[in-house]
Design a protein around this ligand. Structure first.
Ligand SMILES: [Fe+2]
Length: 256
């Protein structure tokens, strides 16, 4: 999860200051049922409309196991595979903290889940968005490396006062990117993969623009954080986007 506001002039702090115990045992029966409901509904809705590494990740991480996943169980599979691990946080973390986490292969997941009467409305990303949307792709080696690199780019961009550049790059790829796979348009971003309303909308609506992804375009195209996107960037292939992002050096990002 990524917070919009970039905070400045704060005393030095570490991303570890934002980590809390997940307290998995505190999730209620109803919380687990909400996870199961969301999971079943979203898997059916997505079908094969999402890039195949996402579906592979769901299987690898055994996310179909009933109930809210516990971070230790996820990490036991994820960390030996790509070096990534999840940590629990109580809500949105500041951008500099978020990108510092990514640069160390750490992904923050909310320690809460939406309620049954808010299945489709979220004030802040919860553990369903974070774990279902983001974590499967972090089991994919090349994507996982791209996500780590975005963390490094983000840390450098924020230090240079240009955090909006990396926020856009992140948004148009990791959160709301689309990608072609064998010529077919698929969902790539976690914000789409975990959204009941926007997943199909992003692929099928006639009212949105779909533009070819490039790092330069991503950095220069604004996004909406409180509504469906008016435009989506489409990677010609996941591999191509990973290679393009990995080739980007912090100084180059600032010059785009
Ligand atoms: Fe997210």
């Amino acid at each position: 999860m990524l917070q919009e506001t970039i905070t400045k002039d704060q005393p030095a702090r570490s991303w570890t200051d934002y980590v809390v115990p997940q307290c998995w045992e505190s999730f209620t029966e109803d919380d687990h049922e909400v996870w199961d409901l969301l999971f079943a509904r979203q898997v059916e809705l997505l079908g094969t409309r999402v890039v195949s590494p996402f579906l592979d990740g769901i299987d690898l991480l055994k996310l179909s196991h009933p109930g809210v996943p516990d971070v230790e169980g996820l990490n036991a599979i994820l960390e030996p595979r790509t070096g990534w691990r999840t940590v629990a946080v109580p809500g949105l973390v500041p951008d500099d903290i978020f990108f510092a986490m990514l640069s160390e292969r750490v992904f923050p997941v909310g320690n809460f889940i939406r309620t049954r009467d808010q299945l489709d409305y979220l004030e802040a990303p919860d553990c369903f968005h974070d774990m279902f949307g983001h974590i499967p792709m972090l089991a994919h080696h090349e994507y996982a490396e791209m996500a780590r690199h975005i963390g490094e780019l983000g840390t450098a961009a924020i230090a240079a006062g240009e955090g909006h550049r990396v926020a856009r790059l992140y948004w148009h790829s990791v959160e709301f990117g689309l990608a072609k796979e064998h010529g077919e348009l698929k969902i790539l971003g976690a914000g789409l993969a975990s959204s009941f309303g926007e997943s199909h909308f992003s692929l099928e609506s006639d009212e949105v623009e779909r533009l070819p992804f490039s790092v330069e375009r991503a950095v220069n195209v604004p996004y909406k954080h409180d509504a469906f996107q008016p435009r989506y960037l489409v990677s010609e292939s996941l591999e191509g986007t990973v290679a393009e992002v990995l080739a980007l050096k912090p100084g180059e990002l600032l010059a785009l």
